[in-house]
Design a protein around this ligand. Structure first.
Ligand SMILES: Cc1ncc(COP(=O)(O)O)c(C=O)c1O
Length: 389
């Protein structure tokens, strides 16, 4: 049996006719960028997130860059981010000249840990004036924002993080790239800060047929600025109020996403059922003494963008599963604070113990709505065989 980590073709087969019917008018009218098709999708995202400010963009990366630009983040600024995430989280702000400041994760949910953030601010920053930002004791840089990542499909513990933002007057930027329609105390991922960024990279729970992304914002002025900056900084062609970029969404992607968003809740539900079935299969095979299945934090739901376990002898297990035609992947093998491109920031091994431990232990197993129970049983049988050896 072959079990891929993800099978996009299987999903496409279930919506092929709907997708073709949706993209046909785009091709016929040749209204290929922004326009009515994109506006329709923006309305659908507003409805899903409950946030009025809704801007369709070219990728999750561009969503974060655009948000950072519109918030005026730059060369004198620091932003706190997790190190255990996809590179774009820190890469996008670093591109603006911002210094990413890495905090550790909660070992249960793998998301940014509020205690680690609070300790970091208390240790490294000083508040010099009542209405000013925290200033870094050594570099003099200003701390301007916190950007948690809702990793693998579940929200970070937002209340204490929002509280820190309130105390220090920091922007809350949510990297919700992996967590569309996940919730924290009933609130959708991306809707709790001043700006939420999403990715529709094809492997995401809501995936486009190429690159695409989205921004929502609860701040009308910021929304207007980001909307302008999406198209080189002006609402009127050839007149530019500010310097922006090209971060427009293609109409074909919006047409595909408008079809897919209607299926999203059903697909998330299927992922949740698969996660529950993994848990019972692990129990049946006595694997719960050995591996740690994903945990869902209090007040949250998990949308299982990835189904990630902690596993002893992780690399050997990965090789064994791959040899048995079971797709699996390590997200992420190298923490961001130890990446070569951030060597100038001066981090060293041991700085973020939970992050570094996770990079050595995590393994993502196949999960997608069309995964069959036979395939799932095969994955767990192979895992049990590995640990019996
Ligand atoms: C946590 C996180 N942030 C940002 C991004 C960037 O999104 P994109 O690949 O659409 O540029 C991704 C996606 O892959 C991601 O997983």
């Amino acid at each position: 049996m072959k079990v891929p980590l993800l099978d996009l073709t299987a999903q496409y087969k279930t919506i092929k006719d709907e997708v073709i019917a949706a993209i046909m008018p785009v091709m016929e009218t040749q209204m290929l960028i922004l326009g009515g098709t994109v506006e329709k999708f923006e309305a659908a995202m507003s409805e899903l997130t409950g946030v009025k400010g809704s801007i369709a963009v070219s990728s999750g990366t561009d969503a974060i860059v655009l948000a950072g630009m519109a918030l005026g983040l730059g060369h004198e600024d620091d932003v706190i981010v997790p190190s255990f995430t996809f590179f774009a989280t820190a890469g996008c702000i670093a591109r603006l000249g911002v210094r990413p400041v890495f905090a550790d994760i909660d070992p249960k949910t793998y998301c940014l840990d509020a205690d680690s953030v609070a300790k970091l601010i208390a240790r490294d920053y000083v508040v010099k004036s009542d209405d000013g930002p925290p200033i870094h004791r050594k570099t003099g840089r200003k701390l301007r924002a916190i950007m948690p990542v809702h990793l693998y499909g579940q929200c970070a513990d937002m209340d204490p993080l929002l509280q820190i933002c309130e105390i220090y007057r920091l922007h809350m930027i949510e990297d919700a790239a992996q967590a569309i329609d996940a919730h924290y105390q009933g609130k959708p991922a991306g809707s709790m800060g001043i700006v939420g960024c999403y990715s529709f990279y094809p492997t995401k729970n809501l995936g486009a047929f190429g690159d695409a992304g989205h921004i929502v914002s609860t701040d009308p002025a910021l929304t207007d600025l980001m909307r302008k900056m999406r198209v080189h900084g002006g609402h009127q062609r050839y007149y530019h109020d500010v310097v922006g970029m090209n971060a427009r969404m293609d109409a074909i992607q919006a047409a595909v996403l408008t079809v897919k968003i209607k299926h999203l809740k059903k697909w998330i539900h299927a992922r949740q059922e698969l996660a529950a079935r993994y848990a019972s299969l692990f129990e049946k095979h006595g694997l719960l003494k050995t591996i740690t299945p994903p945990a869902t934090g209090a007040g949250r739901d998990h949308t299982y963008h990835q189904y990630v376990i902690r596993a002893p002898k992780r690399d050997a297990l990965r090789d064994f599963l791959k040899a048995a035609d079971v797709g699996c992947e390590i997200y992420y093998p190298m923490p961001l604070h130890l990446q070569k491109c951030f060597a100038n920031l001066g981090y060293k091994e041991g700085d973020l113990p939970e992050t570094e431990k996770a990079t050595r232990e995590v393994l993502a197993l196949p999960i997608y709505p069309e995964l069959s129970s036979e395939q799932q049983a095969y994955v767990v049988e192979k895992m049990a065989e590995f640990y019996r050896k």
